[in-house]
Design a binder for this molecule. Structure first.
Ligand code: FES
Length: 198
């Protein structure tokens, strides 16, 4: 028994057959439709969400994970999680991926956006951004922004090292115990002082 699946995507349509029992995420992969799957199909995100435009009755029952991730409103608008819903009955199914603006961003998408924004920053702001990050995050940033010229990377690292030194100096000063006020040594001219005992 097979299910005919039609995908409506921004890049055009894709159509293909799948055997019954196939989950929609696998169907998308077989049909060359790129559906993000941030949690690897565990039902813990909503990045694989699709809108069922027709053929909802061909699909398996809504799972607990779908209820939790999508909620009543999105479910009643025809959304399903592609990693949870299976094509179970013969017929024609029409699906479209939920647009990015209406679902959570994947880590890859966030990193891509950050890289694009970082590249457009003027040099001073690039360095300020790096200096404002923890050292390991800044390193990650540098690795991701692989097309930065080497000398900029070097300057960024120098700045971070300098900032680290300043921070640890400040930290040492904060931890230093406060000096106990010492009595002022008596002066010979002090009118209230009787002078040394003879
Ligand atoms: S891939 Fe995360 S819920 Fe489907």
């Amino acid at each position: 028994m097979t299910v005919n699946v039609e995908w409506k995507t921004e890049g055009g349509g894709h159509t293909g057959l799948v055997a019954d029992g196939t989950c929609l995420l696998d169907a998308a992969r077989r049909h060359g439709v790129k559906l993000p799957a941030e949690c690897d199909g565990r039902g813990e995100c909503d990045t694989c969400a699709v809108v069922v435009e027709s053929g909802a009755d061909l699909l398996s029952a809504v799972t607990e994970a779908e209820r939790e991730r999508l909620g009543d409103e999105r479910l009643s608008a025809g959304e399903r999680l592609a990693c949870q819903a299976k094509a179970e009955r013969e017929g024609d199914l029409v699906l479209s991926p939920v647009p990015r603006a209406e679902r959570a961003e994947t880590t890859e998408e966030t990193a891509r956006d950050f890289k694009g924004e970082f590249k457009r920053l003027p040099l001073r702001q690039k360095i300020a951004t790096l200096a404002g990050l923890e050292a390991d995050v800044a390193y990650e940033t540098l690795v991701r922004a692989i097309d930065l010229p080497f000398d900029i990377v070097g300057k960024g690292l120098d700045l971070l090292a300098g900032r680290g030194r300043r921070l640890s100096r400040g930290e040492r000063e904060r931890r230093r115990p406060e000096a106990t006020p010492q009595p002022t040594p008596a002066s010979d001219e002090d009118p209230g002082h009787d002078g040394p005992a003879i």
